[in-house]
Design a protein around this ligand. Sequence first.
Ligand code: HEM
Length: 407
Amino acid sequence: MTGTVPTELVGCDLTDPQTYLGTDVTALWRAFRRHSPVHRHPPSGGLPGFWAVTRYADVLAVYRDDERFTSERGNVLSTLLQGEDSAAGKMLAVTDGHRHREIRKLMLRSFSPRVLARHRESVRARTAALLAAAVREERFDFATRVADHIPINTMGDLMDVPEADRAKLVEWNTETLGSRHADGTQLDEVLARNEILLYFSELAEHRRRHPGEDVISALANGSVDGEPLSDEEVVLNCYSLILGGDESSRLSATGAVVALAEHPEQWRALKDGSVGLAEASEEVLRWTTPAMHFGRRARTEVQVGDQLITAGDIVTLWNSSANFDEEVFAEPERFDLARTPNKHLTFGYGPHFCLGAYLGRAHVEAVLEALREQVAELALAGPGHQIRSNFVYGYLNLPVSFRGEKR
Ligand code: HEM
């Protein structure tokens, strides 16, 4: 530990969603990195304590070490604090070792460059069409009119969900995200999740008989060590694509608009082509860091930074801090679309590196491209409504005022 830990850090509750609302979170992380980079977070509300790792080098070291850290007892605060994840050993993100590698290989078969290039084109076309329809109105909600409809349809493409069923899937998935509905009950969330699982289970049954190039076919007809995957494994891994890909992609797309509106000189650089789309989207991904943390449990006693972690301890890795680490990024608190290198940890690192990173990038690039081509003037038309979460960060609603390019 570097000197005495300031009282505001000692008293900071990282489990409380309120901590991330209306606070200068960048300053909070800067203080953690400086004064308590591997911070012992106290137990609260009957839940155990945990470590909060905030420096880039330490976060990276834990991400890459699946020997001494396991994902099988949860990989986000909510499950880690409960002590278990019911999908452990079955769903990719919470499975370790050999089985993790084999399931990942199976899924990656349906992510060939040819297939991905096709999905990328659909993302571009869909995003351009959604924005074109919204821009005609000049004032609209960017999150609900544009961003919300892009990734769920990409997941639909990956799984080859028939067009006629897409709207149902979007509706169920919105229901599962309790944070979106003040009037939705927990029962509604569970029912909607079950509908999705049942739907995938029926689709998997069909794809066993009529396989295609999609990820459901790959899972439903795949095997690990000569044994076919169980129905539960197939269904959970289909669902994990939605869990992993939908919300985070939407939040980065909406976050891109906030960042551009707040940095008009960067918006101009994008418009006049002085920065490329690929480098610009990397900076948007760093700046927005939609998945604030992931986490692990230590299997053995292990040193992280300046602290000795005990076997069984929960270790949380704060991407939202690591991506602003002044040891790695020059002027990290400057939004600079031309930033290179830009080795952010938005998609994690190591064995569990985001399976959908290519598509996550494609989503942001498509949004930036559509904005550049179609919008002449871009401004926020009121405060956005921030998501309440200790895991994801960003806006559920974003009123904007755009003037379209003359056509
Ligand atoms: C894993 C972030 C988009 C599917 C991860 C991890 C991160 C992440 C940080 C590592 C988790 C860990 O180490 O425990 C993001 C962000 C996205 C995004 C910020 C968008 C901007 C997507 C998309 C998909 C997806 C579009 C699906 C096509 C997955 C899956 C895993 C994963 C299946 C588990 C990989 C494994 O355990 O081997 N994601 N993701 N993600 N992501 Fe993403």
